[in-house]
Design a binder for this molecule. Structure first.
Ligand code: NAD
Length: 504
């Protein structure tokens, strides 16, 4: 396994060879910020320092945007789509070649089980490049013939042109997967990017720079600046007048701040934001499938999935049975070290996020919830005692208006409530300002269609959860998002359509 410190151009900390030195990636080079400003990144599993990350200032963000602009005006922007597509296939293959390096970096940053990251995060990180390479190779353009008064006629055709330098602001929950979900279509369309990974997950974005160099992506096409949001690299990037469009995944409040920054210069934004997603379980469901799906949607990735379920509505005849079955399964989750094959749940991303999740555990009790299971901090073995661990938690008994039921917690926890009628549960599911995803569990086909069409969410799964075809539209309604990504929908954001009209 390669050393990430070497991969990212750093030398490691003199105090501890295990501490990585993570640098910005600008114009194909790994560079430290002027003045040497750094921030610490700790392991969510043990609390130990694992990386010192160079924090980009205005000067580094300026340099990254300048490099991206220069690359846009170079061969990249004029390359035939098929040629760019071939290069993106090479990127995907190179990620797969360095699979273990990416896996080790992602697991170190997030603490997620190796079994999860090796099946989801890294393969999808690579697959995103292939999907959008295929999309750009196969996309058709519009063509219209029209009449003219002189009878000669005219033809119109539309061409897609890159939108320019794209600022990509990323979260920490699925770092490589969600970053490449934006970088791959942006590059496929001929844009250049400056990526600001989350301060909590800087490593895989840094490693990707090395992959870009290895396969010959021109310097400046892919750039990475590290840092935080306000007063740091995130704000410098989103306010930068040289950035033509901004694509963001993260919290709704952050998205609103980014939208304000983008208003200067009237720049387009694509926002993938928070959720408080419902699952609706009808008494006629396939019970075991509903339990399996709901377990995953509540607890996978320690509940840190934007599409995750934090509100479950169960039809009254099976309510008690459902609560008991979910409790039994949640109590079987095995918290532990990422590399332990038996581990099924890791820690939260950070102590700060753990404080937030635990504040809801406390709030739920104060609101009068019945704690079905969990609700506290697990006792971990010595080496992991300082990690960001919380117990998987299930509540019942809260009104729909309780903050625990209305606010996104982003932890391994869910509230289960009974319902009596289809009309009633649709209203309750739609009552919040969020509208990202929902799951409906029923074997009644007509009901499945009826409910799916009325749920206010960008994605509705029937008898499944997180079943993704990357060509389908992905995004949230209401305060969960603006715009859709996936397949040709991503092209709508990452290109400008230009119509050419030719008089014959
Ligand atoms: P966050 O909003 O705190 O941070 C996301 C990114 O924005 C980070 O890189 C951060 O440094 C940056 N940032 C923060 N303030 C900024 C500012 N003012 N200007 C520019 N950049 C700024 O989100 P998070 O905690 O990293 O991620 C969790 C959130 O992401 C949850 O709300 C979750 O639902 C959401 N999410 C949504 C989707 C989706 O597809 N809809 C997917 C994953 C996560």
């Amino acid at each position: 396994m390669l050393d990430v410190a070497r991969q990212t151009g750093g030398s490691g900390s003199p105090q501890s060879p295990a501490v990585k030195d993570i640098l910005n990636f600008i114009a194909g080079e790994y560079v430290a910020a002027k003045g040497g400003k750094r921030f610490d990144k700790s392991s969510p599993v043990t609390g130990a320092l694992i990386a010192r990350v160079s924090e980009a200032g205005q000067a580094e963000v300026d340099a990254a945007v300048k490099a991206a602009r220069a690359a846009l005006e170079g061969p990249w922007g004029r390359m035939a789509p098929a040629e760019r597509g071939d290069m993106l296939y090479a990127v995907a293959n190179e990620i797969n070649k360095r699979f273990d390096d990416f896996l080790q970096a992602e697991v170190a940053d997030t603490g997620k089980p190796v079994s999860l990251a090796s099946h989801l995060d890294i393969p999808r990180g690579a697959a995103n490049f292939k999907v959008f390479a295929d999309t750009i190779k196969n996309v058709a353009t519009e063509f219209f013939e029209m009449g003219t008064p002189d009878g000669a006629g005219a033809i119109n055709y539309a061409v897609r042109r890159p939108i320019g330098v794209v600022g990509v602001i990323c979260p920490w929950n699925l770092p490589l997967l969600l970053m490449t979900w934006k970088v791959a279509p942006a590059l496929a369309c001929g844009n250049t990017v400056v990526v600001k990974p989350s301060e909590e997950s800087p490593q895989t974005a840094a490693l990707l720079g090395d992959v870009m160099n290895a396969v010959g992506v021109p310097k400046g096409v892919y750039n990475v600046v590290h840092g935080f949001g306000p007063g740091s690299a995130g704000e410098f990037l989103t306010r930068h007048p040289g950035v033509n469009a901004i694509t963001f995944t993260g919290e709704t409040r952050t998205g609103a701040a980014i939208m304000k920054a983008a208003a200067d210069g009237a720049r387009p934004v694509s926002l993938e934001m928070g959720g408080k997603n419902p699952a609706i379980v009808f008494a006629d469901c396939d019970f075991e499938a509903a339990i399996d799906g709901t377990m995953r949607s509540c607890f996978v990735n320690c509940g840190q999935v934007c599409l995750g379920t934090e509100r479950v509505y169960v039809e009254r005849p099976i309510f008690e049975k459902f609560v008991a079955a979910l409790k039994a399964r949640a109590e079987k989750l095995k918290l532990g070290a990422p590399e332990d094959a038996a581990t099924t749940m890791g820690p939260l991303i950070s102590q700060e996020h753990r404080d937030k999740v635990l504040s809801y555990y406390k709030k739920a009790r104060e609101e009068g919830a019945t704690v079905v299971t969990g609700g506290g901090v697990p006792k971990m073995p010595d080496g992991m005692a300082k990690g960001a661990w919380v117990e998987p938690t299930i509540w019942t008994g809260l009104p729909d208006t309780a903050p625990t039921v209305t606010e996104e917690i982003f932890g391994p926890c869910t509230h289960i409530a009974p319902f009596d009628a289809e009309e009633e549960v649709i209203k309750r599911a739609n009552a919040l300002d969020y509208g990202l995803a929902a799951s409906v569990w029923t074997t009644n086909l007509a009901r499945a269609h009826r409910v799916a069409s009325r749920i206010e969410a960008g994605i509705v799964w029937v008898n499944s959860w997180f079943l993704r075809d990357l060509r389908t539209p992905f995004g949230g309604m209401k305060q969960s998002g603006i715009g859709r990504e996936g397949g040709v929908h991503s092209l709508e954001f990452y290109t400008e359509l230009k119509n050419v009209c030719i008089k014959l």
